[in-house]
Write a protein that binds this ligand. Structure first.
Ligand code: ZN
Ligand code: ZN
Length: 409
């Protein structure tokens, strides 16, 4: 049976389009979402929510509607340092300042503006329809997803001590799939990710006299090569891991052996045991290669950690049924686990409640069906079509929340 995609009331739909255009044109960098947070607060207070800032630029908005279950819904809010090249009439020309002081163009290149719009749309529908449900919805507008800072910042700022604790937390992300469709994984959905910066100390000197030095370039190069064998030789073939070394910096001149070399490592896993094994292997190789060169122990700085995002199986099955009922059987698809990462998992994990997170498509069907490649998230060309993307994301959020709150007496 095909069910017609839900329609939003015309006035709300037009309002959300205007909101989306505004948000798209005014993106802010991670943990600097000040104007975005202010706009969200105003909007959510107008809808009757209690709001407070949490974790710097995070906004918590609590929609109370009598006795009943508490449900959490998270939308992330940050933009990326990308120069928008979509050619849209509402394209961003915003600029921002990175933590290192560099001035950069800013774009909602990951589509978090759709997340904010859909969450506000869902709140508008729930606020206007108070007779049909009972309970409390806690909307979490989370900053700094791209840098893995935001969820932890909200938790450190006492998130769950300052708001009713939900029984379940939902989240969603736009991606280049078919607009109008949802994809959802059961169990592990997105990978854990660890970022390390490794500083290798040697002893610098003249390029003509390597015997007086400990060459950190040769030493770090051995580390980089040997690290490649951790996945191929230590991780069982049935399990998966990715280890990528994407930066390597050392030295300034061809006849000076530098004192240090520095590289960064990115590790991704879908299993806690594999993560421990890979990270243990990394530490062992880094230390042992330094010792093999007679160098001091290298410094390892943990830059970030993204948690494993696990979709609770029973809750996911329930939500899948609900979404199929709203969007149509053929518009809710199974999705394999991704090696991409998200910090959403911290929010439900911190209070031991289930989380469910799904993807909604942003690409018109005719574009998906053409041979032309579709720009992905983080591309300067990433441009979700406003419809049916925003209607789908809003309808999915409302359906999920409504399926868990109580029925009004
Ligand atoms: Zn994102
Ligand atoms: Zn992203």
């Amino acid at each position: 049976m095909t069910i017609a995609p839900p329609e939003l009331p015309t006035e709300l739909r037009e309002d959300l389009h205007e909101l989306y255009r505004h948000l798209h044109g005014t993106p802010e960098l991670s943990m600097q979402e000040h104007a975005t947070a202010e706009l969200i607060r105003q909007r959510m207070e107008t809808l009757g929510c209690e709001t407070f800032l949490c974790g710097g630029t995070g906004v918590v908005a609590v929609l109370r509607n009598g006795e009943g279950p508490v449900v959490g819904f998270r939308a992330d809010t940050d933009g990326l340092p990308v120069a928008e090249a979509t050619g849209l009439d509402y394209a961003s020309t915003a600029r921002g300042v990175m933590p290192d002081g560099a001035e950069v163009p800013v774009m909602h290149a990951c589509g978090h503006d759709t997340h904010i719009t859909c969450a506000i749309g869902a709140a508008a529908i729930l606020a206007a329809d108070r007779d049909t449900w009972a309970g409390t919805v806690v909307f979490l507008f989370q900053p700094g997803e791209e840098t893995a800072e935001g969820a932890l910042a909200m938790l450190r700022d006492g998130l769950w001590e300052r708001t009713p604790r939900p029984e379940v937390v939902y989240g969603q992300h736009v991606w280049p799939g078919r607009a109008g469709q949802i994809e959802i994984s059961t169990g592990p959905a997105m990978a854990m990710s660890d970022g390390w910066r490794v500083t290798v100390h040697g002893r610098g000197g003249h390029g003509s006299r390597p015997e007086d030095t400990i060459d950190p370039v040769v030493l770090a190069a051995h580390m980089v090569v040997r690290i490649q064998s951790i996945v191929s030789r230590e991780v069982p073939a049935q399990q998966s891991a990715v280890v990528t070394i994407a930066t390597f910096h050392a030295g300034l001149k061809e006849n000076i052996i530098p004192a240090t070399a520095e590289f960064t490592v990115n590790v991704r896993n879908l299993d806690v045991g594999v993560r421990e094994k890979v990270l243990g292997g990394l530490r062992r190789v880094i230390r042992a290669e330094a010792e093999a060169s007679g160098a001091p122990e290298p410094e390892i700085e943990e830059i970030y950690t993204f948690p494993l995002l696990v979709n609770h199986p029973a809750e996911t099955a329930a939500i899948t049924t609900v979404l199929k009922g709203v969007l149509g059987e053929e518009n809710v698809l199974d999705r394999p686990a991704q090696m991409g990462s998200e910090d959403f998992g911290h929010l439900p994990d911190a209070i031991g409640v289930p989380g469910v997170y799904w993807f909604f498509g942003g690409t018109p069907a005719e574009r998906v069906d053409s041979d032309e490649p579709v720009p992905t998230n983080h591309s300067p060309f990433f441009a979700p079509a406003m419809e049916p993307t925003l209607t789908t994301g809003t309808a999915a959020a409302v359906a999920a929340i409504m399926s868990r709150v109580g029925t009004h007496r």
